[in-house]
Design a protein around this ligand. Structure first.
Ligand code: UDP
Ligand code: MG
Length: 317
């Protein structure tokens, strides 16, 4: 099978017929052997009925229906698991992404050797104030943190070499950072293609403004996990040791200073009268706690199911 198209959908009943017809129309001249995997993320409208009807009309459609709304990441995860094609493409169900981009994206993977090609909605047809501008800022931050030079990290339209999606685990709301997950799994040949974008034709957007806050927090988590997930002690132990050490040195200095002045019969301030002493105490206590957090982190990391998961590229014999 050449291609699997994974589509996550949540209450998109009006769009689905047009979407499948459009995909069929754009791909049939190319003669690919392909499948469409529709993942119904717990829709409460007639989406599943429409998918059922479509699957009778188009044999290339396979479908998965969730019992409730689990989110786009969960839907993509299950779609990726089911995908059988050599190349896997994801796209939104709302007719904003154009399937006509797929052949060129496939070519970039097959011939130019990309692991992942991400769409870039250069000319975007969404609300300027609530989406386009925040999205620019957000993408700039994501570029800094991840080191991946993509303009539109969270574009729904992406193509992957099948290996990539089989070796990453999209969970929570991490669908926004799949390129980063891929990079951390060792798939670092990441390309970008400018894609046509359309205004939403039916229904309404499923993500509100809190997407940016959540996205930013998720970005921090994923950065932390990739940097210290397997060695938490290096972070917590490092900061903890430094803080305790600074605190101890200050406290010691205050005590010695007092004792020396006292011995000389000079003026001295009792140690417990000095603000600096309390700061030193706080530093010592926090430092020890951070250090212990490091130990607990190590215990957790030791029990992680993927503690020994590595992607092997090649072997000899
Ligand atoms: N979606 C989903 N589960 C959800 C929310 C959204 O499967 O909980 C799907 C939705 O049906 C659409 C895609 O994810 O196919 C992108 O959603 P949307 O168009 O609302 O996002 P936007 O284009 O506004 O970023
Ligand atoms: Mg959309």
């Amino acid at each position: 099978m050449d291609l699997s198209i994974v589509i996550s959908l949540f209450n998109e009943e009006e769009s689905l017929r047009e979407l499948v017809a459009w995909i069929d129309r754009s791909l049939s001249p190319h003669g690919y052997q392909y499948e469409i995997i529709m993942v119904d993320d717990g829709s409460t409208d007639r989406s599943w009925e429409v998918v059922t009807e479509l699957s009778q009309q188009y044999p290339q459609i396979r479908a998965i229906g969730f019992r409730r709304n689990y989110g786009k990441s969960a839907a993509l995860y299950c779609g990726f698991e089911a995908a059988q094609g050599d190349i896997v493409v994801t796209m939104d169900a709302d007719l904003q992404d154009s399937p006509e981009e797929i052949p060129e994206m496939m070519r970039m993977i097959r011939e130019d050797g990309y692991d992942l090609v991400s769409g870039w909605k250069k000319k975007r047809y969404d609300n300027v104030a609530t989406k386009n501008l925040p999205s620019k800022l957000y993408n700039a931050t994501a570029r800094k943190v991840t080191g991946i030079k993509l303009h539109d990290m969270n574009c729904g339209l992406k193509a992957y070499r099948s290996e990539v999606v089989k070796n990453i685990e999209v969970y929570g709301e991490m669908h926004r950072f799949i390129p980063y997950l891929a990079k951390n799994a060792g798939f670092d040949n990441i390309g970008e293609k400018v894609v046509h974008h359309q205004a939403r034709k039916y229904g309404k957007s499923k993500f509100g403004m809190n997407r940016f806050l959540h996205g930013f927090l998720d970005l921090l988590s994923i950065w932390f996990l990739q940097k210290f997930g397997k060695k938490p002690m290096h972070l917590f132990g490092g900061i903890g040791t430094l803080m305790s050490l600074v605190g101890a040195v200050i406290a010691l200095w205050l005590i010695i200073d007092k004792l020396v002045s006292q011995a000389r019969g000079a003026y001295f301030r009792p140690v417990a009268d000095q603000p600096l002493f309390y700061l030193a105490l706080v530093a010592i206590i926090l430092g020890v706690q951070l250090f212990l957090t490091g130990f607990i982190g190590e215990l957790v990391a030791r029990n992680a199911a993927d503690r020994n998961k590595y992607n092997i590229r090649r072997r000899i014999r």
